[in-house]
Write a protein that binds this ligand. Sequence first.
Ligand code: C2E
Ligand code: CA
Ligand code: CA
Ligand code: CA
Length: 278
Amino acid sequence: AKSSGGDQHVFFNPVLTEAAEQRRHMESDLRSAIRNHEFVLFYQPVVDLVNQRLAGAEALIRWRHPTRGLVMPDSFIPLAEKTGLVIEMSLLMLDVACRQLLDWKNRGLDYVLSLNVSGRQIPDGLTPAKLQEVVQHYGISPTRLALEITEGVMLRDVDKSLQWLKAVHDLGFRVYLDDFGTGYSSLSYLKLFPVDTLKVDKSFVQDMCDDNNENTLVGAIIAMGRSLGLDTVAEGVELKSHLVALQRMGCHYAQGYYFSRPVPAEEFDAAASRITAL
Ligand code: C2E
Ligand code: CA
Ligand code: CA
Ligand code: CA
């Protein structure tokens, strides 16, 4: 709009209005989706490269939308964050995850399941007390549940995050640093935060070339992890050549389309047995 003083309101932007409308629509859609249990967890197998076995899975949220089909997290998590609905959502997913862990436990499977935690969920949603209450309710060990957080989330409020991390870690939950290498990782933070595992971001894994050039970056992360006593999980493993390079570099765990896409709970056993046959 031109600088026309008090008349500015008449130059409303139809595109913006439409976007705002869409957002309101999406927000009420999100609310009803929570009520109607339209959110589900898919599970992507995580492979233990050292012991050649299935280590567990990463839980990834999906929205089974009645008309739009399967909606991926990148298109609704940001709005869920902004509106605070992510808190309610994360409590529902914590419950689903723990029921999955109980199912595995009852079948003698000691898998570790990791759950993604975003900004608003700390410390208001997944409080240490809430986490403990839910694992106790299902009678599962907190060591079976890993919480995946990014540096970005931790650095938003370092004091609060540190308090939360220490508390959940002391209770026995595992903490994974997600998307490692994409942010402002500083070694001092790594030493400060009680973290068990580094997840090497898929962009680094996929940049690895066979002629060893780019491999050094992934290798450096793995070596750094080892020197700090941390495990490493490589994500986004799509090719056999990725796997071979990671194994050579001493990476402990891997996940990616090479092994399996994230699958619904009822397909997990089939995906797992395909992997053990690899
Ligand atoms: P992320 O935690 O970094 O998850 C890894 C993403 O990479 C997932 O996308 C996964 O499906 C995808 N992926 C796995 N293997 C491969 C591969 O071999 N190649 C490629 N190209 N991609 C692969 P997805 O499921 O769409 O999730 C996107 C992001 O949404 C996640 O990134 C995470 O930040 C967020 N998210 C997912 N579930 C939850 C949740 O329950 N709560 C919260 N707060 N965030 C979630
Ligand atoms: Ca993750
Ligand atoms: Ca990641
Ligand atoms: Ca990510």
